[in-house]
Design a protein around this ligand. Structure first.
Ligand SMILES: [Zn+2]
Length: 280
């Protein structure tokens, strides 16, 4: 779950600088077993690089190809490419893995002094798609979300906020079974339904500031993505075509109008899908 500091959005345009949720989780035990070398506050970890075609992991300790982090990032990249039928990335995603939390926080404090404290960040600038995090027991979980942002932005010119967060939440749930139900988001949606709330893609598509996103917005974004990818061939085709169109888009078209045309019963279908997930 990520809250995106409004200040960054104001510093850079959404297209050039997409601070997608608190990214950067940190890494695993491998870093904890050896004595990590503390980095200078203004430095990013870069003594070692593990390079693939789609991403580069920068760290102060060497990573082996069978490291859980390497395997996970490879898995997530492949899952996104296959599930969403993404075209080849235009740029690699740079993942900066600090060996310790102090170095990570010091770096962010110096480089991005207005950023609230988070365990991980995805930061898009005109020069780089960067994920920042540090070694911890939760790094794999956190990186699934933030790295998803990176892959999407490496493949698409424009990614609407709701879609960005919905897909990041979708791929964050499980590395082994993409599309697994998020019990947290499902509970949020069912609770909101009991209180008379209804999903509203029109409203969701209007949101463009991270600071405006609430927990229910993340849950709703996840719910729409899960529905579109799994409900029927028509909904799946619709969302895949929509994402394909974002590759060269200068602005994101509204999905709602296309959905109303392709699946006129979408409102009831969405709730049916949510209730079906609750029965699983
Ligand atoms: Zn996010």
């Amino acid at each position: 779950m990520l809250n995106h500091p409004p200040t960054l959005r104001t510093l850079l345009s959404p297209h050039q600088y997409c601070l997608l949720g608190a990214i950067l989780s940190i890494l695993l035990q491998y870093g904890c077993r050896s004595t990590p070398q503390t980095t200078f506050a203004i430095d990013r970890p870069d003594r070692h690089q593990f390079t693939t075609k789609e991403f580069v992991i920068h760290s102060d300790v060497p990573l082996r190809p069978d490291d859980p982090l390497v395997r996970q990032l490879s898995d997530v990249q492949l899952q996104l490419a296959q599930t969403l039928k993404l075209q080849p990335q235009r740029d690699p995603v740079d993942v900066f893995l600090f060996s310790d939390e102090t170095s990570y926080r010091n770096y962010l404090k110096v480089r991005w002094p207005t950023l609230p404290v988070r365990r991980a960040y995805f930061i898009r600038t005109s020069q780089q798609l960067a994920v920042y995090s540090f070694v911890s027991s939760r790094v794999l979980e956190d990186l699934r979300h933030e790295f998803t942002h990176g892959i999407l932005h490496a493949s698409c010119n424009h990614v609407p906020l709701w879609l960005d967060e919905g897909l990041a939440e979708y791929f964050e749930v499980s590395n082994d079974t993409p599309g697994s139900v998020s019990s947290v988001h499902l509970e949020e949606l069912l609770k909101a339904e009991m209180e008379g709330w209804s999903p509203d893609l029109f409203r969701l598509e209007m949101l463009s500031k991270f600071e405006d996103l609430k927990a229910l917005d993340y849950a709703e974004s996840w719910g729409w993505i899960h529905f579109l990818l799994h409900h029927s061939a028509a909904t799946r085709s619709l969302i895949l075509d929509y994402i394909a169109g974002l590759r060269d888009a200068t602005t994101a078209p509204r999905l709602l109008q296309q959905l109303e045309t392709a699946v006129p019963t979408y409102a009831g279908d969405l709730w049916d899908h949510v209730h079906d997930m609750d029965q699983q």
